[in-house]
Design a protein around this ligand. Structure first.
Ligand code: FAD
Length: 303
């Protein structure tokens, strides 16, 4: 069977690029397809300090270093927004807004995106006070005042985590009741440096010297500004999986279901990184998935 590549990787985040490096070093022809810039989400981080072996690096520098490895290996990297995949027995077709590519194996590494509040200045202040990842960024706000927006388990868990690092954590929630487990709500209420602002709807983020300085809230009909150093938004994450919905099996949250080999329900189609449900959405877990998916493409290619 003749195909353009043996493996097409959709998404050049860290999971996709790691898979590509392992494939190419094993002599497998592969191609990376990306609709934005190489590196994915980590490009939004101003400082990565938990990547073993590197004391500190900016997200874009880390992404660029991995992309240099991809280029040094002469791995084809193409711009393309993948719109659809088609399965024709052993052959798969990947359709982008630019072209159609045939392949034997596909690795889906399309990651996920944080659900946005979509209020004024949110995009502009990401990485400048606004974050979607307490595990990653809490230490930048050590002994400072931060807000957490949301009322879910994730919002409660991250507020508790932040309360150990920050001076004060203010949870902003648009309702009176939380959508979180009672045990977490109780823990939050019993933590002395966590304050609740309920029935409060964020209207805009405000900045001073190009950093977040306050959040304008509408609370019980009254508008006021909450002064903060940082704000963590937990109103949900959205896996970028919708385009595969007719072919690939998802869980209820839209995460692709894989087996221990990172294989999906369709033979020859693997998924890697944040698109797969996991306990920790981090660089090394995404890369680990990329390695497992690549290694299984290599094994099955030789079968
Ligand atoms: C602000 C921030 C800070 C973080 N800090 C840290 C940290 O310090 N340490 C840490 O370990 N982790 C950190 N993380 C988490 C880490 O970045 C992610 O877990 C990891 O990058 C996920 O990699 P991925 O390759 O699975 O997905 P992504 O990075 O989401 O990459 C997916 C790629 O697929 C592309 N794509 C999606 N759909 C399509 C399509 N249809 N066609 C073509 N391309 C497509 C996207 O454009 C994207 O480039 C942070 C995340 C954020 C947002």
């Amino acid at each position: 069977m003749k195909t353009d590549y043996e493996v097409v990787i959709i998404g050049a985040g860290v999971a996709g690029m790691t898979a590509a490096i392992y494939l190419k070093r094993s002599g497998i022809s592969c191609c990376l397809l990306e609709r934005e810039i190489p590196g994915g989400q980590i490009n939004k981080s101003s400082s990565v300090q938990n990547y073993p072996g590197i004391m500190e690096i900016t997200g874009p520098d880390l992404a660029n270093n991995i992309f240099k490895q991809v280029n040094n290996l002469d791995i084809p990297y193409k711009y393309g927004n993948v719109l659809e995949i088609k399965v024709q027995n052993d052959k798969k077709i990947v359709k982008t807004d630019v072209e159609e590519i045939s392949t034997k194996f596909i690795i889906i590494a399309t990651g996920r995106i944080s659900r946005k509040l979509q209020i004024a200045n949110e995009e502009k202040l990401i990485g400048k006070g606004i974050s979607y990842c307490a595990l990653c960024d809490a230490n930048f706000f050590k002994d400072q005042i931060v807000a957490v927006i949301g009322g879910s388990n994730a919002a409660m868990e991250e507020a508790l985590y932040l309360s150990k690092i920050c001076k004060k954590v203010i949870i902003i929630h648009r309702r009176n009741e939380f959508r979180a487990d009672q045990i977490l709500v109780d823990q939050v209420k019993n933590t002395s440096n966590i304050v609740l602002e309920v029935n409060a709807v964020p209207i805009s983020f405000n900045s001073k010297d190009d950093r977040l300085s306050s959040i304008t809230l509408n609370q019980n009909g009254k508008t006021w500004d909450l002064i903060v150093d940082g704000c963590f938004i937990y109103i949900g994450q959205v896996p970028a999986s919708q385009i595969f919905k007719d072919i690939i099996e998802f869980d209820d949250d839209g995460y692709i279901i894989v087996d221990e080999h990172n294989c999906t329900n369709v033979a020859g189609i693997y998924a890697a990184g944040d698109i797969v449900k996991k306990d920790a959405y981090q660089l090394i877990t995404a890369m680990s998935d990329g390695v497992i998916a690549a290694v299984n493409c290599i094994k099955n290619r030789n079968n």
